[in-house]
Design a binder for this molecule. Sequence first.
Ligand code: MD3
Ligand code: FE
Length: 264
Amino acid sequence: MDQRRVYPAETASLRRRIVDTTLDADGAPLRLSAGAPSIDQYSLINCTMPDQFELIPPLNPARESMAEGAVLLRGIALPFEKDLLAALNDIIMKSPFRRMVTPGGYTMSVAMTNCGAAGWVTYRTGYRYDCLDPETNYPWPPMPNCFLDLAIAAATEAGYSRFRPDACLINCYEPGALLSLHQDKNERDFSSPIVSVSLGLPGTFLFGGLKRNHPVKKFAVRHGDIAVWGGASRLYYHGVRALKDGYHEAVGRRRLNLTFRRAL
Ligand code: MD3
Ligand code: FE
């Protein structure tokens, strides 16, 4: 797409980090990025990666496979925390968080807003993406460049380099708020992945399989973690456990999640 996009300095540092965690083209040993565990903590015994060349530390890995096509990139959004939160503040001044009402008449416990060309909304008889915020009747605030750059960089790191999101749903969880098991299927094209950025209080992702009754795996997600789902796992049932109370230095008493999608 836009090859001439000028990436901010922080994105350059993210790219460096991505390069630092990748094997050299000639197959030279993994170079460790700053703060990564020393080489003696690497173990092939506990290693779940199928590829013997992917030496991933089993303890506190920076990159964790959640399912086929699904990757959890730990802490990868941390360098962008300030930019993301500042951009988010501008968004909620124009399109504030609101608790939407489901077609079944329930008020959701999670408060939501959107940015980008299209936003996810509930309406009388279903869910859809709409170019206008139904509360303001104006278009959703545009997707900030720091959001877009980070989403594309994370998708690229997960193997989806062609991802160009046009919608960002922003979820705000206060203590007790939850998202019950569901599939994301209001998007036009399921070939694009979903990128989810977690900020603030830690949360627990639940995710199962293609059927609601499939056994569910749990993943703790923390401030700065990014998860990417695509391919085989794109339509897996998933949800978020009720948020535990706590206080986060930068975000306060809540968990925020930015979910990037190609919706239109
Ligand atoms: C997709 N939000 O808004 S994606 C949503 O933490 C939503 O607020 C999550 O699910 C949140 O629709 C972030 C979490 C997620 C987990 C597992 C998945 C999305 C998934 C498995 C397959 C596809
Ligand atoms: Fe979802």
